[in-house]
Design a binder for this molecule. Structure first.
Ligand code: ADP
Ligand code: MG
Length: 756
């Protein structure tokens, strides 16, 4: 039985499920050793797959098109499809019919409850379950579910962050059904993906602006596609996320209050061996972990989440899971859902999962690459080179506009991925730097250079035109065998998509996707306007497109970088090119508050000024609170775990010195006891430093806490509180190396990272 570390001591453990009363008298050090012992006795948990053939049960718990066809009338089915494909609204009567069908299916599949599931501006999803029952006749109950209940709910959700959008007197928040992401059954609950908005209609979640951004990019991209292909009537954004995570044994996790409360280790000397030998990356997956992964996949398949890839990552005990990409909104729901499922399944296998971007200092942290592309209703991937000059020009148009969008909006893209956890990881030579740049590989770079040279701002000669077309037509073969991969780029073109690599592992991908889709939409609109202006002046369409593209290639050149993004040279080079480089959350998020950013979000209908303002407030708040929590946890652990342990060991040493004095003659004693005395002094030095720095840290927090302005407060936390975390840790980590291993209270890195 695992008991969390803070319940250790003389405590009674009562549980209605486990009738015996456990009386625990363990010191933290004993608890750590007991945890290690527990891990040694672990066996892989048994696991039974639903069916050998995934295709036999894939999506079994999803109210997908097939089930809708079966459980809905033709009219109701068409109404849902129309809502999904064309965004039409579903009327009350139809909603009732859909609700009935959904209810029948859910009840047949073991559901007793339903919930509106949403993505508030916290680090997780939210749900509040209601039973289907309602009063029936003669004191009985019946199962009921109506269109109104399906379409809209008013959860008492006043405690979610809104950044001041909701005053307590109008605290109501509404959830509204998102028919584009199918309902599913989670355990025994019919789960309906929803948006979460205020009484006044303002977005309080990630999904609402994501849907708006996706619609903005759909509209803008479709209009640009029309230059090339009249059959394009809609464009969807796709997302393929790659989720990195750590697995830590439950018993060891329970002995680390910092992991439990902050998701990362606030102390811990690095293990003599960790990832130096690169022997974990892609190595054979340990059986216990493999069972966990299979269990996760099994659940994912039932829920229609197309997970495909699993492997060991670079750091010890670090792993990755990736699905086949899907439409971005659905893919993001699936990512949020699987993060929750993985947490639950990890427990079944006596693991705890860590999504924090930097749970361990000195080894790689975790990210979540967002593979992103746009594709058309007629099946064209706009980031895949085509088969002829015309389709390749379409491809290049999207690539070039995307580069321009990244160039113009480096700061906003950074803001979308910067938060307390990711701040530790970005630029730490394991993850993309804080400087935004675009990797294209040599083939595409050469193609852009060629376009830059060959297209001139005058009428092209027929020969020039033919040459250019020929060149443009040449892309496919080259790019398909291009294995050129640059892992150090934050925004890389990888053959048929862009990969936004700076996203953190704990993040809701929507944050990045809202900005990415908005800035690309914005750029596509500008592009079209420029082309139209030239056409109006009499330039032919093709030439107008070439000319605008050429200008964009020239303008956006500074953001293109194929070299090593981790190198110190790049930092200098990027500064010369005028690229921005920001490495702290308060400054990074401030990009959202620039007038031009607000104007763009507003004009494209993604976020109103007040929604954007609220969101930024929430980001500052989250940052402050996270540092505050970490600082408190560290202060507590330092004083009531580490210092007493160091004192205890020091007392042993002192006793030892005293005993020696009794045994040895004075001159011999002086000779023998010197090293021990030095050690005692060293321990005293660290203890004094810890105590003094803890005091200073608390002072810094007090000062920061009274700052009214939230931006200034966040800065104070970043500049005056955060540095103490590293400072205090330094001394604790030194003590860890000195103090008797048997006395040390917290599982060490070598145990957390290697014992399983
Ligand atoms: P890696 O980048 O590590 O080589 P993979 O090749 O496995 O990883 O791909 C990562 C993700 O990219 C997967 O989720 C995959 O489905 C997704 N992906 C592939 N093609 C596209 C595309 N056109 N648009 C969006 N995502 C894509
Ligand atoms: Mg990748």
């Amino acid at each position: 039985m695992i008991t969390p570390c803070f319940l250790i001591g003389a405590i009674k453990y009562y549980s209605i499920f486990e009738p015996e009363i456990t009386l625990t008298f363990l010191t933290m050090a004993q608890f750590r050793l007991k945890a290690l012992d527990e891990v040694l006795n672990r066996r892989p948990e048994p696991f039974v797959r639903e069916d050998n053939l995934v295709s036999n049960y894939y999506g079994r718990l999803v109210f997908d098109q097939e089930k809708m066809k079966k459980y809905l009338s033709a009219d109701a089915f068409n109404a849902v499809m129309d809502a999904i494909n064309n965004g039409t609204t579903i009327d009350r009567k139809m909603a009732d019919q859909i609700a009935q069908g959904m209810k029948s299916w859910a009840l047949e599949n073991g559901a007793t409850h339903y919930t509106h599931w949403f993505h508030p501006l916290t680090d997780s999803t939210a749900e509040k379950h209601d039973a289907f029952i309602t009063h029936g006749e003669k004191g009985k109950v019946v199962e009921a579910f109506s269109g109104t209940v399906l379409a809209q709910q008013e959860p008492d959700a006043s405690s979610f962050p809104s950044g001041g959008i909701r005053q307590t007197f109008e605290a109501r928040g509404y959830t509204a059904w998102d028919p584009t992401s199918p309902a599913f059954i989670s355990e025994t609950t019919l789960t309906i993906p929803t948006v979460f908005i205020s009484y006044t209609g303002e977005a309080l979640d990630y999904k609402t602006p994501l849907l708006r951004a996706l619609s903005a990019v759909d509209k803008a991209a479709t209009e640009v596609c029309q230059y090339f292909d009249k059959n394009v009537t809609s464009v969807q954004a796709n997302l393929g996320w790659e989720q990195e995570y750590f697995l830590i044994d439950e018993a060891l996790y329970m002995a680390r209050p910092d992991l439990i409360l902050t998701g990362r280790t606030l102390m811990g000397h690095s293990s003599s061996k960790d990832q130096q030998l690169d022997d974990h990356y892609f190595s054979s997956i340990p059986t216990r972990v493999n069972r966990f992964m299979q269990d996760v996949e099994n659940e994912a398949y039932k829920l229609g989440i197309p997970v495909k890839t699993r492997h060991n990552e670079v750091a010890p005990n670090q792993f990755e899971l990736a699905p086949i990409y899907e439409e971005a909104n659905l893919a993001n729901d699936h990512n949020q859902l699987i993060m929750d499922i993985m947490q639950k399944i990890a427990r079944r296998h006596k693991f705890r999962i860590l999504y924090h971007e930097k749970p361990f200092a000195g080894v790689n942290g975790s990210g979540k690459h967002n593979n992103w592309s746009l594709s058309t209703n007629n099946g064209i991937n706009l980031y895949s080179p085509g088969k002829n000059p015309k389709s390749n020009l379409l491809f290049l148009t999207f690539v070039i506009n995307t580069i321009q969008a990244v160039f113009d909006n480096q700061d906003l893209l950074r803001a979308s991925i910067y938060h307390a956890g990711n701040q530790h990881r970005l630029g730490a030579n394991e993850a993309p730097p804080s400087i935004l740049s675009v990797f294209l590989g040599t083939e595409i770079s050469n193609m852009l250079d060629l376009m830059e040279e060959s297209v001139v701002d005058r009428k092209m000669t027929p020969d020039e035109k033919t040459a250019l077309k020929l060149n443009i037509g040449r892309i496919p073969e080259i790019i398909l065998d291009s294995t050129d991969r640059n892992r150090t780029s934050p925004f890389a073109f990888t053959g048929n998509r862009f990969e936004f690599r700076a996203v953190g592992s704990s993040a809701n991908c929507a944050s990045a996707l809202i900005v990415l889709n908005t800035v690309v939409a914005n750029q596509l609109i500008k592009f079209k306007n420029e082309v139209e202006a030239l056409i109006e002046k009499g330039t032919k369409k093709d030439e107008a497109i070439f000319q605008v593209l050429k200008n964009l290639i020239i303008k956006s050149k500074p953001i293109r970088f194929n070299g090593d993004g981790y190198s110190a040279d790049w930092v200098k080079e990027a500064a010369k090119r005028g690229l921005s480089n920001v490495n702290n959350v308060p400054e990074a998020i401030s990009a959202y508050t620039r007038p031009e950013a607000g104007k763009m979000f507003e004009e494209l209908g993604v976020l109103t000024a007040s929604e954007l303002h609220g969101r930024v407030e929430v980001e500052y708040e989250k940052f402050i609170k996270k540092i505050q929590i970490e600082s408190r946890v560290l202060a507590d652990l330092a004083i009531n775990h580490i210092v007493p342990t160091a004192v205890q060991y020091q007392t042993l040493l002192l006793q030892n010195v005293k005993n020696m004095k009794d045994v040895f003659a004075d001159d011999e004693f002086e000779q023998l006891a010197g090293a021990r005395k030095d050690l005692i002094r060293e321990i005293s030095g660290h203890i004094s430093s810890i105590k003094a720095k803890r005091k200073d840290m608390i002072e810094a927090r007090k000062k920061a806490n009274i700052i009214e302005d939230i931006v200034e407060k966040a800065k104070a936390y970043d500049e005056t509180v955060l540095p103490f975390l590293a400072d205090i840790r330094y001394h604790i980590d030194k003590l860890e190396l000195i103090v008797d291993n048997e006395l040390w209270p917290l599982p060490k890195y070598r145990e957390l990272l290697f014992v399983r």
